[in-house]
Design a protein around this ligand. Structure first.
Ligand SMILES: *[C@@H]1O[C@H](CO)[C@@H](O)[C@H](O)[C@H]1NC(C)=O
Ligand SMILES: *[C@@H]1O[C@H](CO)[C@@H](O)[C@H](O)[C@H]1NC(C)=O
Ligand SMILES: *[C@@H]1O[C@H](CO)[C@@H](O)[C@H](O)[C@H]1NC(C)=O
Ligand SMILES: *[C@@H]1O[C@H](CO)[C@@H](O)[C@H](O)[C@H]1NC(C)=O
Ligand SMILES: *[C@@H]1O[C@H](CO)[C@@H](O)[C@H](O)[C@H]1NC(C)=O
Ligand SMILES: *[C@@H]1O[C@H](CO)[C@@H](O)[C@H](O)[C@H]1NC(C)=O
Ligand SMILES: *[C@@H]1O[C@H](CO)[C@@H](O)[C@H](O)[C@H]1NC(C)=O
Ligand SMILES: *[C@@H]1O[C@H](CO)[C@@H](O)[C@H](O)[C@H]1NC(C)=O
Ligand SMILES: *[C@@H]1O[C@H](CO)[C@@H](O)[C@H](O)[C@H]1NC(C)=O
Ligand SMILES: *[C@@H]1O[C@H](CO)[C@@H](O)[C@H](O)[C@H]1NC(C)=O
Length: 807
């Protein structure tokens, strides 16, 4: 039996609850020491302090771990580098007021490092409920003033309320260092710290090499993080004259969470204790995907998950070395297609990029975006600028010099960044307009009042253009829909070659094509029977082309020649949602954050169709194969507007032909042919269930509701086991609260009565807030009888039925 002693010489040592000072000069606390026995616990019994031996090691360390968690989880170690080899260790406040760890009553193994300690007359040691071991003066109770605290010397774990970063006054750098191995808590290679660039950012190092960045703080989050509607951990970043640090809190403060740097698997992990499983649940882990490896794509390269190759040059940039780029060596990065001239440059707007490495950066908290732009233009090595803080429309200025390193496309990210490019890239750009304005103004002065009006118009237009420097959003004015001629399209699609066929949509087959200038397109060849005049067709197509939203597939043009009616769309390299969702292997590529982004994107696109666009479009055939995915896996709804135009005769929401796909159709639409925005909401609900479960809605062919997706979801919901619906392939990537909310919303969307279903604008709100949701009633099923009436042939995959005579 080994003995462990606590000694207090002349000064009383207080353990918050268990020990109080006695009149005697010396209090000795003896306990039988088997490893893991606590010396003292925090008042609320959450943490305890004691000696332990990690893994197979025989050495002893003084550490802090959770009291009531059966798997011993050490969050802090005092003597990381100097273990106690012998059997007797004691923690003492010595006569000069220092906290020291002694071996054999003599040798100082470790001591708390603070000059303040010596000044205290009556130091008291306390373990707080947040896991902080503090030494304070007895008189400073509850003041938050500590002589020393373990939170200032993190080990491998960051707890809620613990700062990662700098006290600029004292030069204290609080950083997290992994253990060397599970048996050895001495510092390993992996370090996570706040780096004091002009624009400070947290960086994870492997030795002296940068390993992982989460991007600098943009006022809301670290810019490399995908935005999450309902995070479990709430991060805050503070930067002022005294301090630069980040800190996190649990959003639900009754949950235990921690962030850990793990040397063995070189990951930084977020863990949350699950009371139900009595085990730690992995909530997040970094790096989370290949794009997180630092600088993978070289300077000005953009890492785009799901693209091939994974590294893409930023738009208007080309590989520095095409040969090496083709061999997947991206280290040389990209260069501007048109070199900068310094004097005559402009800026193009980019969305959703993780902000580049801030080693060469500059910031000003009070400068506005115009000032920022001017500042950047004034220095030839300045390459980009953006808002320092994106909240409230944006404020402050951040500037980058030289190559932009370690960029990643953030799925669902929407921060804007302005990158310097040659003015000649900004075709019809603001620079030209500015020159135009100046020239015209000068001319006006000379020629006189006659031209003032004209000048005014020019100036007005010039101003508008200066405002949106970005090229993409310039389309508004020139909605003259391009007409392609048939030979062009025939060449592009190799004469509608079967090899180019992408699939068969509701209104005809779709082909992939490549125009002579290299642009890839998707061509929809409308079935010949639509019986519409050419003029009406063109008018309708122009209307559809005006529907522009980032979650809708863009119509590039059309082609009408004789019987042939073609619609030309932008090409979506990642095919459609069903291609990923219902494939055992590919579905693993869609983790929960990505699925959630897709859900939100579809909801926004549909909301736009229903409400925000000029036309108020009901889609009528929303399903995974009509949700296409772009390079960055952003969802884009396709085939919208077509039902309205080509779906046949319809009077006020009543149609004598039902267009759509069983399995996604609202009951009133399938049986009565009645459609409304609420029938789209129903389809959205099904889509949501499919995205969550990874299972296909098979429609209503099963007499047994258990075998149908809605029926199963409803049963699990009623039985309080909704989480069983979740796609097993999602593994640990789920944010359970988000998933639960999505299941809840989906059930509301598939209610039997249209009036019980929310509108898309409520759906968007419900998905992104934490407000309470109404309880769903039993969802709507299409009665099996309906099936017998229709001309449905279940063997033909039972899927797309474009036309069906209603009863
Ligand atoms: C404990 O043992 C290790 C390795 O055997 C040695 O490096 C260290 O100096 C020893 N510590 C003490 C206090 O003797
Ligand atoms: C108390 O410990 C500190 C730190 O190890 C040391 O500098 C100081 O000399 C010790 N005081 C006495 C009286 O041993
Ligand atoms: C450690 O020192 C204290 C005070 O000098 C003494 O009472 C105690 O017996 C010593 N313990 C050991 C294990 O030597
Ligand atoms: C102790 O503090 C001094 C200055 O305050 C610092 O130089 C030294 O590195 C610190 N030692 C440890 C082990 O933190
Ligand atoms: C996150 O923390 C900030 C500052 O501590 C606080 O204002 C905010 O309400 C917190 N947000 C959540 C969701 O807990
Ligand atoms: C916080 O977590 C506890 C324990 O899991 C749970 O009982 C409680 O409902 C949660 N609170 C909120 C607001 O989610
Ligand atoms: C790091 O991860 C490995 C493998 O999952 C695990 O065995 C080890 O205990 C972890 N280390 C720490 C310090 O948690
Ligand atoms: C706890 O979770 C880990 C994986 O995170 C697993 O390996 C382990 O078996 C679980 N322990 C218990 C008791 O469930
Ligand atoms: C920051 O911007 C403000 C407003 O533009 C300006 O007054 C100030 O001088 C700038 N500070 C620095 C250090 O450039
Ligand atoms: C441009 O910025 C770089 C990086 O901050 C600086 O070294 C250089 O002196 C600046 N040049 C001018 C002309 O201000």
């Amino acid at each position: 039996m080994e003995l462990l002693c606590f000694m207090v010489f002349s000064i009383c040592l207080l353990f918050s609850l268990s020990q109080t000072s006695s009149a005697a000069d010396t209090i000795t606390v003896s306990q039988s020491l088997s490893d893991g026995k606590s010396l003292v616990s925090s008042p609320g019994g959450i943490f305890e302090l004691g000696f332990f031996s990690p893994g197979i090691s025989k050495s002893r360390y003084l550490g802090i771990w959770y009291k009531n968690i059966p798997v011993q989880t050490v969050v802090w170690v005092a003597n990381r580098q100097s273990p106690i080899n012998g059997s007797i260790g004691s923690l003492t406040i010595n006569t000069t007021g220092h906290l020291v760890l002694l071996e054999n009553n003599r040798t100082v193994i470790w001591s708390a490092n603070s000059s303040k300690q010596a000044n205290s007359q009556s130091p008291v040691l306390q373990l707080l409920d947040n896991g902080n071991l503090v030494l304070r003066d007895e008189r400073d109770a509850n003041s938050g003033i500590y002589l020393w605290q373990s939170f200032d010397y993190p080990s491998d774990t960051l707890l809620p309320g613990m700062k990662l970063g700098w006290d600029l006054k004292t030069g204290l750098n609080r950083r997290v260092t992994a253990w060397k191995s599970p048996d050895d808590p001495s510092p390993g290679d992996f370090i996570w710290e706040m780096v004091l660039h002009n624009y400070p950012e947290p960086v994870m190092w492997k030795g002296s090499k940068e390993f992982l960045r989460s991007g600098p703080w943009n006022g809301v989050l670290f810019s490399g993080r995908p935005p999450k509607a309902l995070p479990a951990l709430n991060f805050t970043f503070v930067s002022n004259e005294d301090e630069v640090y980040m800190i996190f809190q649990m959003v639900n403060e009754s949950l235990l969470g921690r962030m850990l740097m793990n040397q063995t698997i070189s990951f930084r992990q977020q863990w949350i204790w699950s009371q139900v499983d009595q085990n730690w649940t992995l909530y997040g882990s970094f790096p989370r995907d290949p794009c997180d490896s630092y600088g993978l794509c070289g300077g000005n390269g953009n890492c785009v998950l799901g693209s091939s190759p994974i590294c893409q040059c930023l738009e208007r940039f080309v590989p520095a070395s095409l040969e090496e780029w083709k061999l997947s060596d991206f280290s040389q990065g990209c260069v501007r297609r048109k070199p900068l001239s310094c004097k005559n440059d402009g800026f193009a707007k980019y969305y959703g990029l993780k902000l580049p490495d801030t080693t060469h950066s500059w910031i000003n908290k009070s400068m506005n975006l115009d000032g920022c732009r001017a500042k950047c233009l004034s220095n030839c090595s300045c390459a980009a600028y953006t808002h320092l803080d994106v909240r409230g429309g944006g404020s402050g200025c951040a500037i980058w010099f030289g190559d932009l390193v370690d960029i990643k496309q953030i799925p669902g990210g929407d921060q804007e960044m302005y990158i310097r490019i040659s003015a000649s890239e900004l075709g019809g750009n603001d620079e030209k307009w500015k020159i135009g304005v100046i020239a015209a103004s000068t001319f006006a002065v000379i020629v006189g009042m006659l031209l003032v009006g004209y000048c005014y118009i020019l100036r007005f237009r010039g101003k508008k253009d200066v405002k949106d420097e970005e090229i993409e959003e310039r389309k508004e004015d020139d909605l003259e829909l391009p007409l392609f001629d048939l030979p062009t399209i025939e060449t592009a699609t190799n004469y509608f070659s079967i090899n180019n066929k992408l699939g068969e949509g509701g209104f005809g087959p779709v082909y992939k094509g490549r125009l002579v200038d290299g642009q890839e397109i998707a061509v929809k060849r409308l079935s010949r029977s639509s019986g519409q005049g050419m003029k009406e067709f063109k008018n309708e197509v122009i209307l559809i082309a005006k529907l522009q939203h980032r979650n809708l597939v863009k119509l590039l043009g059309c082609c009408i020649q004789g019987e042939e009616k073609l619609l030309i769309y932008e090409y979506m390299p990642n095919k459609s949602l069903d291609y990923f969702l219902f494939d055992a292997i590919r579905s693993k590529l869609l983790d929960w954050p990505q699925r959630f982004q897709i859900i939100c994107g579809i909801a926004r696109g549909l909301l736009y169709l229903h409400q925000d666009s000029r036309l108020r479009i009901i889609h009528r055939d929303l399903k995974p194969s009509n949700v296409l995915l772009d390079r960055d896996m952003n969802p884009k709804i396709s085939d919208f507007g077509l039902a309205r135009t080509f779906g046949g005769d319809q009077i006020e929401g009543n149609t004598n032909r039902v267009v759509g796909t069983y399995g996604y159709m609202a009951p009133e639409y399938a049986t009565e042919g009645q459609f409304s925005v609420k029938s789209d909401v129903f389809s959205f609900g099904i889509l949501l269930l499919e995205i969550i479960s990874g299972k296909k809605s098979k429609g209503f062919y099963h007499l047994n509701h258990r075998l149908n997706l809605i029926g199963n979801a409803w049963r699990l919901w009623k039985e309080g086991r909704p989480l069983e619906l979740i796609d097993k392939g999602l593994g640990n990537s789920c944010t359970l609260s988000e998933v639960l909310r999505c299941i809840h919303v989906s059930l509301l969307c598939v209610q039997q009565q249209p009036e019980d279903r929310p509108t898309m604008s409520s759906v968007v709100q419900m998905l992104c807030s934490e407000s309470a949701l109404p309880q769903p009633k039993e969802p709507g099923f299409v009665p099996e009888k309906g099936l017998l009436d229709g001309v449905i042939n279940p063997s033909c995959n039972g899927l797309t039925i474009t036309e069906l005579e209603a009863r």
